[in-house]
Design a protein around this ligand. Structure first.
Ligand SMILES: CC(=O)SCCNC(=O)CCNC(=O)[C@H](O)C(C)(C)COP(=O)(O)OP(=O)(O)OC[C@H]1O[C@@H](n2cnc3c(N)ncnc32)[C@H](O)[C@@H]1OP(=O)(O)O
Length: 182
């Protein structure tokens, strides 16, 4: 039986009809394309190249099965915080896209929640098929459905246009960062 990092039913909250971006090929979360499935990250995805896919985004380093399983169960037990989603090519048994919604709990704005879109990646072989758009649009609408008062993400300026199509805009504030490790 599949062990998912969050209940798959949560994705049913997505109101796809209220999406802001246009999909050239008519794909949707329930129908992302031939042999493709959009769903929560599963424990079995370690063997389907999930970690390898992330290395196309940034440095991942060696992640053992044990480390993956520990992180997976920690995310799963923090109910309602980590919505790690993936697209699987079921013919190949391979994870070819991923994106995460993190729902941060606040005291401000009457104990509101803020959504952050993180770690958006589509395998270079599958780019240009509207799958990146599907990942971002679905998580944006999920954040809205879960009651987030605000959604945000960090990206390179060259990706601003991409994210603007889902309703994001640069806020003009300067983001600050300090790295303790590479
Ligand atoms: C919050 C974050 O995680 S930021 C990090 C984002 N991830 C990366 O940069 C990793 C490397 N890149 C990728 O994985 C992919 O290129 C992604 C995720 C950015 C896009 O995924 P793809 O599946 O290739 O894109 P998809 O086919 O869904 O969308 C392409 C559409 O966006 C547009 N687009 C894609 N990238 C850009 C860009 N950088 N600037 C402007 N438009 C863009 C295309 O023109 C196209 O528009 P159209 O639908 O009107 O024709």
């Amino acid at each position: 039986e599949d062990d998912f990092v969050f209940p798959p039913e949560a994705l049913k909250k997505v109101e796809w009809d209220s999406r802001k971006s246009n999909f050239r090929n008519g794909i949707s979360p329930s129908n992302p394309g031939e042999n493709l499935v959009y769903r929560p990250l599963s424990l079995g995805d370690f063997d389907k190249g999930f970690v390898n896919l992330l290395s196309q985004l940034t440095k991942v380093g060696e992640v053992s099965r044990e480390q993956f399983e520990k992180r997976f169960s920690s995310m799963k037990s923090s109910n309602g915080t980590y919505y790690v989603t993936v697209i699987e090519d079921i013919e190949k048994g391979e994870i070819i896209g991923a994106a995460t919604l993190v729902v941060e709990q606040k005291f401000i704005h009457k104990c509101a929640c803020r959504g952050r879109i993180e770690d958006v990646i589509v395998s270079n072989v599958y780019r240009g098929k509207q799958l990146g758009k599907l990942l971002v649009e679905a998580l944006t609408l999920l954040g809205k459905a879960l009651g987030c008062y605000k959604m945000s993400l960090e990206c390179k300026e060259e990706n601003f246009k991409f994210y603007e199509s889902f309703g994001y805009s640069p806020d003009g504030q300067h983001f600050m960062i300090q790295r303790f490790k590479d």
